[in-house]
Write a protein that binds this ligand. Structure first.
Ligand code: SF4
Length: 327
């Protein structure tokens, strides 16, 4: 079996509230990714999917409590010295952020920003050679006229082209792992499809491992090898992509699948009633119980554990294939 590229064990993140009490935003998650594979992390806003990645990249605000382990190529990232994590972040681990307009510096050309990303990690390369590399990267992500466009500013690009430029920058130092946080959220559907196709091509051509974070199961359906569904700071279902879609066990996963619009939707979009819980007022037992159509008495008392259920692992007392509670 291949050693994992990324191995997260019992990762917990807590924030301190105004009254001084700590609240857990991430309640001990386990995830792992093999080299060259794609892991989709799916859930609504506030489920904890982005902060898990921000925690090991040390991008969370000071004072956040991070516990557990996140190993990248066997090296522990939690608690790593700032100088060392700066050598890994942007080099061995590339990031694609959700909104490239705010992620890029508006007063520098895109080429200059990619040059900066390259020269920061490679002191031997000249600015001229780094700019040539930026042009090559623009070509790789199918930005037309790369030699001209590297000299343009972010506002001169359309949303889709800006996202391609962001992907080019994330690839600048040939990372082994790419973290894409809602890379298609701000884009219209056709551009979204182009960006996903581009990510799938890059993964095939460059063999990069990828963590794709999204609230939309439809986005990961065609590209992810494995999917982890998160709710209320926990992984509630995890497995290979096909079983997640075709042998769904968790009612929340089923709700997310039902919410993906299809050609048969005929204008009626399904939704999961209610809203996700705040980390400061999470309900006892299963945190999904106030919204769950299958909730029973044990759900209000006991937090379900992630257990094998068919071909996935599922944290539910009444998974969809069972009527009796799992004990
Ligand atoms: Fe629903 Fe109960 Fe399962 Fe939670 S444990 S998802 S409330 S059935």
């Amino acid at each position: 079996m291949t050693a994992p590229l990324l191995d997260i064990r019992d990762l917990r993140i807590s924030f301190r509230g105004r009254d001084g009490t700590w609240a857990e935003a991430l309640c001990g998650i386990d995830l792992s990714l093999e080299p060259g594979k794609v892991l989709g992390i799916v859930g609504e806003s506030g489920s904890g999917k982005s902060i898990a990645m921000m925690a090991f990249l040390q991008l969370l605000p000071r004072g956040t409590r991070v516990e557990g382990s996140a190993r990248f190529r066997g090296e522990e990232l939690i608690g790593m010295a700032p100088a060392r994590i700066r050598r890994i972040r942007g080099k061995a681990i590339g990031c694609i952020f959700q909104d490239p307009l705010s992620a890029f510096n508006p007063v520098k050309t895109l080429g200059a920003q990619i040059v900066e990303a390259i020269t920061l990690h490679d002191r031997a390369i000249s600015n001229r050679a780094a700019l040539k590399e930026a042009e090559r990267l623009f070509e790789l992500v199918a930005i037309p006229q790369p030699a001209r466009r590297v000299r343009q500013y972010p506002h001169e690009f359309s949303g889709g082209m800006r996202q391609r430029a962001m992907i080019a920058m994330a690839l600048a130092n040939r990372p082994d792992l790419l973290i894409a946080d809602e890379p298609t959220t701000a884009l219209d559907v056709t551009v979204q499809a182009q960006i996903l196709e581009l990510l799938a091509d890059l993964r095939r051509e460059l063999g990069i491992g990828m963590v794709l974070i999204t609230h939309d199961l439809g986005v990961v359906a065609g590209i992810a090898d494995e999917i982890a569904v998160m709710y209320g700071g926990s992984v509630v279902e995890r497995g290979a992509t096909d079983p997640i879609f075709y042998q769904t066990s968790h009612p929340y996963t089923a709700g997310l699948i039902g919410a993906v619009p299809t050609l048969d939707s005929r204008g009626t979009l399904q939704q999961i009633e209610g809203t996700p819980p705040s980390i400061f007022s999470r309900p006892p037992g299963c945190s999904f119980h106030p919204r769950c159509p299958r909730a029973g008495a044990p759900c209000r008392i006991e937090t379900p554990c992630l257990l094998p259920q068919g071909d996935t692992a599922c944290a539910c007392h009444f998974p969809l294939s069972r009527l009796e509670p799992v004990t």
